[in-house]
Write a protein that binds this ligand. Structure first.
Ligand code: GRF
Length: 215
């Protein structure tokens, strides 16, 4: 039985697309539900077009509404992919250690409340660091705080703008998130993982230590 995945989105949904695309028919995981706090999130259209169940949360801070949707779809693992709200504590408690998030930086740097979207990349550039990346981590009651499961490093170039950096990091995210979900599906729960070095190399351009995983 494939692991049943719910993906939570607030907008575009490119990580959702990358995940669904990576999970072929024989994969050990399947996206069975896309949840959003915004009815206009473009990722919902993508899911509907592929016959994936979708739901727009009427009250995103209401744990009971979440739990109803999740149990109806028999969800095993929740993936936050560009979901901009805090997950209700009742959901965290029920799915403890079965919720993961993707963040567009190398946590614990450049994370926490208010650190989302372009703000992250602006902060990275303002910080003058030479390397950024993406992180998949467990979700607990606070933004971006749970244990790191896997990271991918991405170089910062001299002429980067928040846009160019966001695009380079996003390409890396699209490899990292499927790897995290596949590792979780094989283990039966989210686990620390490393990317397969035979994966396409676009995000491995930072040279040594281009791929790492949590200690
Ligand atoms: C990604 O950068 C993700 O890391 C962050 O929000 C963005 C969502 O992009 N949490 P998309 O909706 O998956 O295209």
């Amino acid at each position: 039985m494939p692991m049943r995945i719910a993906v939570c989105i607030s907008g575009r949904g490119s990580n959702l697309v990358a995940l669904v695309t990576a999970l072929g028919p024989d994969a050990p995981a399947r996206v069975v539900l896309v949840l959003s706090n915004r009815a206009s999130a473009p990722g919902l259209e993508y899911a509907r077009a592929r016959g994936i169940a979708t739901a727009v949360l009427v009250a995103p801070s209401d744990g009971a509404e979440w739990l109803g949707r999740l149990s109806e779809a028999k969800v095993d693992l929740i993936v936050l992919a560009g979901f901009l709200r805090l997950v209700p504590s009742a959901v965290i408690a029920h799915y403890r250690d079965r919720i993961i998030n993707i963040h567009p930086a190398l946590l614990p740097s450049f994370g926490g409340p208010g650190m989302y979207g372009h703000r992250v990349h602006e902060a990275v550039l303002a910080g003058g660091v030479q390397e950024t990346g993406a992180t998949v981590h467990l979700v607990d009651e606070e933004y971006d705080r749970g244990a790191t499961l896997g990271q991918i490093r991405v170089p910062v170039h001299g002429g980067d703008t928040p846009d160019t950096l966001a695009e380079r990091v996003l390409q890396a995210e699209h490899r990292l998130l499927p790897a995290a979900v596949l590792a979780a599906a094989r283990a039966g729960r989210p686990v620390p993982f490393a990317l397969d070095r035979s994966d396409p190399p676009e995000a491995q351009t930072s040279g040594k230590n281009s791929v790492c995983h949590a200690p």
